[in-house]
Design a protein. Structure first.
Length: 167
């Protein structure tokens, strides 16, 4: 009886640990910070010192295709449904775009009913097109954005190309 219980516990622990893996090295992923942050809060954060959740919110396996000219990605229905459950306030909910666990840039999931502008990359939730997300520069328009556009970072495009996701 003890042996059976030990085996069941071991299998349970292995299952839990395997579901909390970070994205493999070199893979595109979008993570939420370990501590919930708004868009403005993450805009000033040092990404190298920011703790991330153990499992990506969007992993390479969730992406069916990525268009590097429009920065839109088509997601699996399961990933789109998972994102639809994400709570987003008027100041957004921070995310970090990574290659593996290396942070490349920060952005925020943003509500289309928000009246707060944001100088950074956003992903509107709910998505305007089912199963498709757009990484957009600035909210409500790109006119509020200043600085460089991080979406075409070569590390990101290389990771997506290697994964066979680029259109």
């Amino acid at each position: 009886m003890r042996k059976r219980l030990a085996v069941l516990l071991s299998v349970g622990i292995i299952f839990i640990l395997s579901s909390c893996r970070p994205a493999p090295a070199g893979e595109f992923a979008i993570y939420l910070p370990a501590k919930e942050l708004t868009g403005p809060q993450v805009a000033g954060a040092d990404l190298r010192n920011l703790s991330l959740q153990s499992k990506p919110t969007i992993a390479a396996g969730d992406i069916l295709a990525y268009d590097p000219t429009t920065h839109t990605m088509q997601l699996t229905p399961a990933a789109a449904q998972r994102l639809a459950q994400l709570k987003v306030g008027v100041y957004g909910r921070a995310f970090i775009v990574c290659v593996g666990t290396e942070p490349i840039y920060a952005g925020a999931f943003w509500s289309p009913v928000s009246s707060v502008s944001f100088n950074g990359v956003i992903i509107e939730l709910p998505a305007r097109v089912e199963d498709e997300l757009a990484l957009t520069l600035g909210y409500p328009t790109a006119a509020v954005s200043s600085g460089t556009d991080p979406r075409s970072d070569q590390r990101i495009l290389t990771a997506l190309r290697r994964a066979g996701k680029l259109k």
